[in-house]
Design a binder for this molecule. Structure first.
Ligand code: GAL
Ligand code: ZN
Length: 646
């Protein structure tokens, strides 16, 4: 269950033995190595050294540690770049992103893909069948540092091919993109450029297709490694470590080629994303938002079709956030248990020891640069002891599904139509409201089977296909849609029957206008209570009676049978009240939790987490016996108990 990220190439050979013994004593089982070591393995073209890694593999085997090998393709060596400088990606401004850090490659580059196949083959041949090797990680954090979308000539050529495949002939493309507008008509696919460096806003259909194309290149790049590793390293898993919650490529598509998925969890590094509450002092900057990490766990459990882990777990201050705070005592243990509660199969800490040189010298590890243990070391020790006491049941399906869609994120990005209009923000609002009511949530893609869920939440799904419509029609419980659902066709047009387009089969209404707004300047009334609203509002024509109304009396939410449509950007407070009522109606049991307490079930175990600064009581109805902790949870504490099932 526990792992650590380690870099044999950074340390003297004698140190490696000492480290391996210490890892084993700490209760570490898996060690990830290798993912940036290309120029260690191949300092000059065709000249190889394996020494440190051979030693490491030998020791790992002797001490019973399991190795996860990261392919080093995020860092092509300098000599390779010199041999073919076109491997370097171009940014949106058309400038070369030079050698000197990492991720300096273009996903579409055929020559680079060839080099990748070569180094992955060499590594697969050398280490693929070592007894200590349990799995592979391809590359490292695809897309990190804004690297999915490259604007080089290789990408341009590949994009043209991709478009030919998609549209067949140029007239179909002209039609799909609406190129009659502003005289954008094309006579051939060879005239099509990448959508950067133009005078004003690009054609949205063009941009969306480019986003789709760029996402697909990541999948292909990854697949070329997977194919080799499957052959050379039978029986080992293949995973990738994703940047948590990153949406520039379709993670569901990537994960189809993998055995399970992992993500890199930096709760304090990312604490400012999605909510300003940390900066406003409403949330402790050394603890982070109680739902941010949980949301990403649930997302990757969905991405991994039930199987996920954390490949990099923050253990101290990072070096790249706006504020690099130090976790409060207890948080590293709490994050570990939180991951486990959400179903993680692996929690691997980043990193073993702080490195005293180069870019990440200010990034902490479990050990200081001189190998003295940091505070987090003891917390990991505690978790590894506690893990001996808990037998972990498999994760079960929850009662509520949230539909997450990468293409939806791109559609919002292509034409946000307002300063604060972000898909992820909308998703987060729905998620946090349901978590505050004590629910477990499964996050699923469009194609997943939704039938058995009592409640399906669709924060927004702008492009609705016939297939999704029929899966939504099959839901036995209730389906709640957020704004902009059904608002675009596949080609990024407004549907001819107006939004919500195909969803009109279940929601007989027409959205005739939309506006974006400053936050909180609008009002929504529901069941006699007034709620602030803002950011987004729609005008809806329908014969349905509204369930909620705006300040001017016009309808804000509508219901037909089991389908709900919210025609605005809801505040969390409203969503909590709304879902409390809806879930009661559905026979689920919402529990209003204190703001800083969260619970999560895994099989028959219930976990509680205190993210606050005061002691809080676990929501247990009768006397239960606790496996970890007790009914009163001090700050940053965890409790685990068994649910009594009838
Ligand atoms: C991750 C990355 C690691 C390391 C870490 C620092 O994004 O995968 O290699 O850079 O951040 O927090
Ligand atoms: Zn490129």
């Amino acid at each position: 269950m526990l792992g650590v990220c380690y870099y044999p190439e950074h340390w003297r050979e004698e140190k490696i033995r000492e480290d391996v013994l210490r890892m084993r004593d700490l209760g570490i089982e898996k060690v990830r190595v290798g993912e940036f070591a290309w120029s260690y393995f191949e300092p000059r073209p065709g000249e190889f050294r394996w020494q440190r890694f051979d030693t490491f593999f030998q020791l790992a085997q002797e001490e019973g540690l399991q190795v996860i090998f990261g392919t080093p393709t995020a860092t092509p060596p300098r000599w390779l770049i010199d041999r073919d400088p076109t491997i370097l990606p171009l940014d949106k401004g058309g400038r070369v992103r030079k050698f000197g850090s990492r991720r300096h490659y273009c996903f579409s580059h055929p020559g680079y893909r060839e080099e990748v196949r070569r180094i992955v083959t060499l590594l697969g041949e050398r280490y693929g069948e070592r007894p200590a090797l349990v799995g592979w990680q391809t590359d490292n954090e695809y897309g990190c540092h804004d690297t999915v979308r490259c604007y080089c000539d290789r990408c341009k050529m590949a994009f043209r091919e991709w478009l030919k495949e998609r549209y067949g002939d140029i007239d179909t493309l002209n039609q799909a993109w609406g190129t009659v507008f502003w005289s954008q008509r094309y006579n051939s696919f060879d005239e099509i450029e990448l959508p950067n460096l133009i005078v004003t806003e690009p054609n949205p259909s063009h941009l969306l297709d480019y986003f789709r194309f760029a996402s697909h290149q990541v999948v292909l790049f990854n697949r070329s490694q997977v194919e080799i590793l499957r052959k050379l390293s039978p029986g080992r898993f293949i995973t990738h470590n994703c940047v948590g919650g990153f949406t520039d490529f379709d993670h569901f598509a990537l994960s189809e080629d993998l055995d399970f998925i992992t993500w890199d969890s930096y709760p304090l590094g990312h604490a400012l994303e999605l909510s300003r509450e940390v900066e406003l002092g409403m949330i402790d900057c050394r603890v982070g938002h109680p739902d941010l990490v949980a949301l990403v766990h649930d997302l990757y459990r969905g991405v991994g079709r039930g199987r996920f882990g954390v490949m990099e777990q923050q253990v101290g201050p990072v070096n790249w956030a706006p504020y690099n705070t130090s976790p409060r005592q207890g948080m590293v243990r709490l994050w570990t248990w939180e991951a486990i509660a959400h179903g993680a199969e692996l929690v691997s800490y980043f990193r073993w020891r702080q490195v005293p040189f180069a870019q990440e010298q200010m990034h902490s590890g479990l050990l200081c640069p001189d190998s003295t243990p940091c505070a987090s070391f003891e917390e990991v020790k505690k978790v590894s002891e506690e893990l001996q006491r808990v037998s972990l049941p498999p994760t079960e399906r929850g009662p509520i599904a949230l539909l997450f869609d990468y293409e939806a994120a791109w559609v919002f990005g292509v034409q946000p139509h307002g300063e604060r209009v972000f898909y992820s923000d909308l998703v987060f609002r729905f998620y946090t409201a349901l978590r505050r009511l004590g629910f477990d949530i499964d996050i699923l893609p469009q194609g997943a089977s939704l039938k058995e869920y009592k409640l399906v939440v669709v924060p927004s799904l702008p492009i609705v296909s016939e297939r999704v419509l029929s899966s939504l029609q099959g839901v036995k419980g209730m389906v709640v849609f957020g704004p902009r659902s059904g608002s675009k066709t596949e080609n990024f047009h407004i549907p001819s029957s107006l939004p919500p387009g195909l969803l009109q089969a279940i929601l007989p209404l027409r959205v005739t206008g939309v506006e974006s707004l400053p936050p909180l300047i609008e009002k929504v009334y529901w069941r006699g209570k007034e709620y602030p609203a803002g950011i987004w509002r729609e005008w809806v024509y329908t014969s349905l009676q509204p369930e909620m109304v705006f300040g001017d009396g016009k309808g804000a939410a509508f219901r037909k049978g089991n389908y709900y449509y919210l025609a605005f950007w809801p505040e969390v407070e409203l969503l909590v009240d709304f879902f409390e009522r809806i879930t009661q109606e559905l026979g689920l049991c919402p529990v209003r939790l204190p703001d800083e307490l969260r619970i999560r079930r895994r099989g028959n175990l219930i976990f509680a987490f205190n993210f606050g600064s005061q002691a809080l009581e676990a929501p247990v109805s009768k006397e239960v016996s606790f496996i970890i902790g007790e009914k009163m949870l001090p700050p940053c504490e965890v409790a685990v108990w068994k649910e009594e099932r009838l």
